[in-house]
Ligand binder design. Structure first.
Ligand code: ATP
Ligand code: MG
Ligand code: MG
Ligand code: MG
Length: 469
């Protein structure tokens, strides 16, 4: 019998538990006490202070399956969904962590034993990368049995991890699986590495340095391990595919989406079902963790994801709200591992239904306007900023939704023009307020609102968890 994603998650946690790790629950998607990070985007987020030594816990080895969202800030995979076989906006990151306890000599053999023995992956299809100067990691890989020509030295930041501009950092090693030459793509470090043939499954970070503001870097006394493996990627592999959307979980969601829209789950319509299935997960988990759709900050990221999904449902011909009908299949698949999902089911369904009911009223007209605008333009020309702004302002189209719609047609938006139109509208709003006689100081409110909006999005500029994991 084929292992399900639920089985694969358990195997990981059990393996590390057997190696003395404490199984720690996933932290929420909204990071506690961290206004600089929009969403939890890796397993290490909840342990940040353990790596710096600021926080001590009663364990020095931990393992988690962490809920992650990469749909805003520096880590943004929103535009990859529907286009690659390996990216989601929401995914689970499996990780093992050492806080000043074991280091490279254990972390590499642990990873190798788990994937080749417990999971039974064919060794001859695996490749690893190391940071170009990390001879130590290179030697350990050789020792566990990886042939030298399958250990690739990489000199870019892909193999050097940093928590932020300053602080703990270090080289990392990544494990790739070659899904075979029937899929386009090249090995890591090659020009075709972004294809889906060689898929990165696991990133193992060696925290051994500290970076200071003046540019200097020292060796840390406390050496730590931080790893991350995407459950959906290892799941696809173990279920015999290179494509995350072929896993048991995604098949169930895609079939639910096809059923709700009375369409074919595969063929040309498959891409819409993929986006819907992906966005259903991020939307549901975000709502379960307390995010509600709104016009700024985290809530606006949620709204953007929901509306993107709704456009794809529209492209499948849906005339009535559909997203809320899919929640029960998600809860059926993931509710046991994440009880918060079942607890919030009614809220998730209501929120989706309300948002979709509202958006449907303008979606159709907005898409018509978009088509009319495109008809007026010379072939291949970008959509003028004012048109994109009108779609945003009057029809509730987030800019990225318009961009996603245009991408299918090989076009783009004039984003400078969009920004200008946005500024003009703000200026007009200011002028009409101060002229209304209600309060001379009304403009102060606008300035304040601008500022607040800017700080709410602090994450865009200062997001700490850069690089990988
Ligand atoms: P990629 O290069 O494929 O975008 P990454 O280097 O950005 O991946 P990391 O930041 O190293 O990914 O995260 C650790 C692991 O989490 C990856 O090796 C991968 O298995 C998984 N992962 C990362 N991003 C995603 C995503 N958007 N969807 C699903 N899994 C992901
Ligand atoms: Mg990435
Ligand atoms: Mg990568
Ligand atoms: Mg990586």
């Amino acid at each position: 019998k084929m292992a399900s994603l639920n089985d694969i998650r358990s195997t990981f946690l059990n393996y590390f538990e057997s190696k003395g790790h404490t199984v720690v629950p996933s932290s929420p998607l909204v990071p506690r006490n961290d206004p600089t990070l929009m969403f939890t985007n890796s397993g290490m987020v909840q342990f940040k202070n353990c790596f710096t030594g600021v926080e001590k816990r009663d364990y020095v080895r931990a393992t988690t399956a962490q809920k992650c969202v990469r749909a805003g800030g520096k880590h943004n995979d929103l535009d990859n969904v529907g286009y690659t076989a390996r990216h989601h906006t929401f995914f689970e990151m499996l990780g093992n962590f050492s806080f000043g306890d074991y280091f490279k000599h254990d972390a590499i053999p642990f990873a190798w034993e788990l994937i080749t023995k417990e999971y039974g992956i064919d060794k001859s299809r695996l490749l690893t990368t190391v940071y170009h100067t990390d001879d130590e990691a290179f030697e350990i890989w050789k020792k566990v049995g990886v042939p030298e020509d399958r250990i690739i030295r990489i000199a870019t930041s892909d193999n050097f991890w940093q928590m932020g501009p300053t602080g703990p950092c270090g080289p990392c090693t990544e494990i790739f699986f070659d899904h075979g030459d029937h899929i386009w793509g090249g090995p890591p470090g090659s020009p075709e590495e972004d294809g889906d043939r060689f898929i990165e499954i696991w990133n193992v970070v060696f925290m051994q340095n500290e970076q200071f503001e003046d540019g200097s870097m020292v060796e840390l006394d406390m050496q730590s391990i931080d790893t991350g493996m995407g459950l959906e990627r290892i799941g696809a592999l173990l279920q015999g595919s290179h494509d995350n959307y072929d896993t048991d979980l995604f098949k169930a969601l895609i079939e639910a989406s096809a059923h709700a829209t009375s369409t074919d789950p595969y063929g040309d319509q498959n891409v819409h079902h993929r986006v819907i299935a992906d966005h259903l997960r991020s939307t549901s988990f975000l709502i379960a963790d307390g995010v509600m759709p709104s016009n700024d900050g985290r809530g606006y990221v949620l709204r953007r994801i929901m509306r993107r999904a709704m456009r794809h449902a529209h492209l499948l011909g849906a005339k009535d709200p559909v997203m809320h009908k899919l929640v029960s299949s998600l809860v059926g698949k993931m509710g046991a591992a994440y009880p918060e999902l079942g607890q919030a089911q009614a809220l998730i369904e209501e929120t989706l239904k309300l948002e979709e009911t509202r958006f449907i009223q303008t979606l159709d007209r907005g898409l018509k306007l978009l088509d009319d605008e495109l008809d007026k333009l010379p072939e291949g020309a970008n959509l003028p900023g004012e048109a994109a702004f009108k779609l945003y302002d009057t029809y509730g189209f987030p800019l990225d939704l318009t961009q996603d719609a245009l991408r299918e047609k090989g076009r783009a938006v004039d984003t400078d023009g969009f920004d200008t139109a946005m500024e003009e509208q703000k200026a007009k709003a200011r002028a009409s307020w101060s002229g209304s006689g209600e309060s001379k100081d009304a403009t102060i409110w606008f300035d304040l609102a601008d500022k607040l909006e800017a700080t709410d999005f602090l994450g865009y500029e200062t997001e700490v968890a850069e690089g990988q994991v």
